[in-house]
Design a protein around this ligand. Sequence first.
Ligand code: GLU
Length: 468
Amino acid sequence: MSDRPVRTRIAPSPTGDMHIGTARTALFNWLYALHTGGKFLLRIEDTDRERSTPNAVQVIFDGLKWLGLEPDEEPVFQFTRADRHREVAMALLEKGAAYRDYMTPEELEAEREKARAEGRVIRSPWRDASPNDAPDRPFVVRLKTPQTGETVIDDQVKGRIVFQNANLDDLILLRTDGTPTYNLAVVVDDHDMGITHVIRGDDHISNAARQTHIYQAMGWEAPVWAHLPMIHGPDGKKLSKRHGAQAVSEFDAMGYLPEAMRNYLAKLGWGHGDDEIFSDEQAIAWFDIKDVVSAPARLDWDKLNHVNNHYIRQADPERLADLVEGILKSRDWQIASTDHEVLVRTIPLVRDGAKTLLELADACVFVIRKRPLELPEKARGLLTDETRARLSRLVERLQAATDWNVIELEALIRRFAEDEGVGIGKFGPALRAALSGGSPAPDLAGTLVALGREESFARLDDALSSGA
Ligand code: GLU
């Protein structure tokens, strides 16, 4: 193997979605590049002009940005390089490694029939014809693919894969309209971008054999190949719509953090022992493409949720507050300028149980509700005269509290219950309803701390004075 500096890439075709499999491919390329001190690049395979809209391309940029997997160099757009692809096809013609194939569509069809009947691949009579016999009609350019022997792909993930050359027809490089074919474009681009390791989905394994022939014909050094297994759904079937999310943007919308996605996706097909949680730095230090397993990986929502919960518990509350505000705004909640600070205070009190940012947002709703809260029927029912009187006494105690923190307030509420000679269950639910308006909220002390002194008293006052 050569000692060229490592350069990896992903080469997505814009489809309008960025599939989670593409995200994992990007991650593995990124990890390998960082692990080896190399570079991670992006090529947009935009030769399908109908699908490659600016929007579809933007989806890829956005997905990579969100995942934190941005390339080290400007992206390469494959379509803009068609002249260069043709130039290489011409060079192959000149070397005698490719030929012009003038078969008409009818002749090709007849050869196809014949080949099928004889159990072989199609062969063009033009492969060995003299250029002097060239007719004046459209042609494709085909590679003189080796017809005997084997092509061996020494795949870093799948192991040794052997292709019998007799089973491969002569690869078309240029179509009759002169447009380059996919395999030609990929090889020329990878070569020109200095790609040393092609790490991609295993749906491209047979292309690796085709592409090897082009490298050989040009006398170029082929990259190291690593073909990644598919991501399957929890049931072991190919990941599809019915398993829930597939696109990166869907995982974002479902409230997964990008660092959780990186951690979890790294576990899909690779891992470091039984470690569930590891940082980017650890993954970069440990990652080796040789350790990727060749069997398909299964998406496991419980594990993903577990990892996401871990990162939600670790994340900076300021950042989470911004994310939660975005979610609440999208649900048409009015966010006041003071709410940010309130959310920053609330998040550490409510995040332990949140598996996603959506759940975290749900858990924060109580604090951004605006007074006077409309208490649900059931909550109003809790506010009997007796309970109101008791809560008024509690308010007096709370007003005397010197420190407004969870430990202090918990103790205060406990002492109050003792002094009243009742369990907390006697007034706790009413207190909670008055403070939260019936939205989910943390324990009583946590709710008081999240709301802050002023808002807590205001809400209690609203509840105790209403309908009195
Ligand atoms: N454009 C191809 C795809 O989206 C990837 C080709 C490659 O990685 O070589 O599947």
